[in-house]
Design a binder for this molecule. Structure first.
Ligand SMILES: Nc1nc2c(ncn2[C@@H]2O[C@H](COP(=O)(O)OP(=O)(O)OP(=O)(O)O)[C@@H](O)[C@H]2O)c(=O)[nH]1
Ligand SMILES: [Mg+2]
Length: 310
């Protein structure tokens, strides 16, 4: 699944879908302190966060002192470079381990962020690459959740393990793992119900799912994916903190980047936590899923078009 994606197509799609670029610099505007201050405000408004914004501005001022920011294009290119540098440490695609069978992916996150959608998209992508997989409907809270997962599964004949509404999600995960093991499945993807990071009892339920999987295979879950709605702003940072404390998040997915002007949260999350960002969700369709890549993302965010920055 770790095929290199075309940077150009990623960039154009992201540019097209992001509601607007984070940074706006009027053409012909002199690069001076006033402009840098405006940029600072724009970065903060886009949820880049105080710490990451400070880092970016410090580096920009170094560029200004060295006379590297001659015009708006040079400024944008420097910004892209700086942001790419901040994002590069978290740009690690998910690698499905060879000896781990089944490789277990557990998806967690608050309500409605796009967990089930991302898992459906991933299932289609993995399946189309010849990976033998299974889905587990660990969201037993909403009756429609099972059907939603089954609908994704049916598109590529991916088996979906489910139990009646109200069943213990840890039991679903347990049975699904045994079924996956018995059938020689490569990848088991476990969906879970959305829950607020502040709901202690529901966070305990997640820990239990995790424990059950670890009992079956000490290395499982091999990936604990926290799905975040990119539009939720700084609250996403609290979600990372609390889900990480509860279940040990190993990868992030940022969804709904197509509908937000606040994609800067990706930078804030990268700088604050250093947790790998695996995928971006750019819409509701099956192919609206991209592996995270630092430089094209930085370019799209800053509003550099393909014409000037292929
Ligand atoms: N625009 C846009 N919509 C999305 C994206 N991902 C998911 N959605 C939509 O967001 C809504 C919620 O998606 P779900 O996948 O059901 O979210 P969830 O996290 O599984 O929700 P719960 O299980 O209820 O917690 C659906 O209407 C999706 O179609 C995205 O990247 N962009
Ligand atoms: Mg769901």
């Amino acid at each position: 699944m770790n095929q290199p994606i075309s940077q150009t197509s990623f960039l154009s799609k992201l540019r097209m879908r992001l509601r607007r670029a984070v940074v706006h610099i009027a053409p012909g505007r002199p690069i001076d302190d006033a402009l840098l201050e405006e940029l600072e405000t724009q970065l903060l408004q886009a949820d880049v966060g105080v710490d990451a914004t400070r880092t970016i501005l410090e580096q920009l001022r170094v560029g200004a002192r060295e006379n590297k920011l001659k015009d708006a294009d040079a400024l944008r290119a420097t910004l892209v470079q700086i942001i790419t540098g901040l994002l590069a440490p978290v740009a690690h695609p998910l690698k499905l381990g060879g000896t781990n069978k089944p490789f277990v992916i557990l998806a967690v996150g608050v309500n409605g962020v796009g967990k089930t959608t991302i898992l459906g998209k991933l299932a289609l992508r993995f399946k189309s690459r010849g990976i033998n997989l299974m889905l587990a409907a660990g969201d037993t809270f909403r009756a429609a959740a099972v059907e939603q997962l089954q609908a994704w599964g049916a598109r590529q004949e991916v088996p979906v393990i489910a139990q009646a509404a109200g069943a213990d999600p840890a039991a679903v995960a347990h049975d699904a793992w045994l079924a996956a093991k018995a059938r020689g499945i490569d990848v088991l993807i476990v969906d879970t119900a959305g829950r607020l990071h502040t709901q202690g009892n529901l966070m305990e339920e997640l820990k239990k799912i995790r424990r059950v999987l670890t009992r079956l295979d000490p290395a499982a879950p091999h990936e604990c994916l926290l799905v975040l709605d990119a539009g939720t702003g700084q609250n996403a940072l609290r979600q990372i903190e609390q889900f990480h404390a509860a279940v040990g998040v190993t990868g992030l997915v940022l969804t709904k980047l197509d509908g937000t002007a606040k994609g800067g949260i990706v930078i804030a999350a990268a700088q604050r936590f250093g947790i790998p960002i695996r995928y971006l969700g750019l819409g509701e369709q099956a192919d609206d899923l991209e592996e995270f890549d630092a430089q094209p993302f930085a370019s799209a965010l800053i509003g550099i078009s393909e014409a000037t920055h292929p």
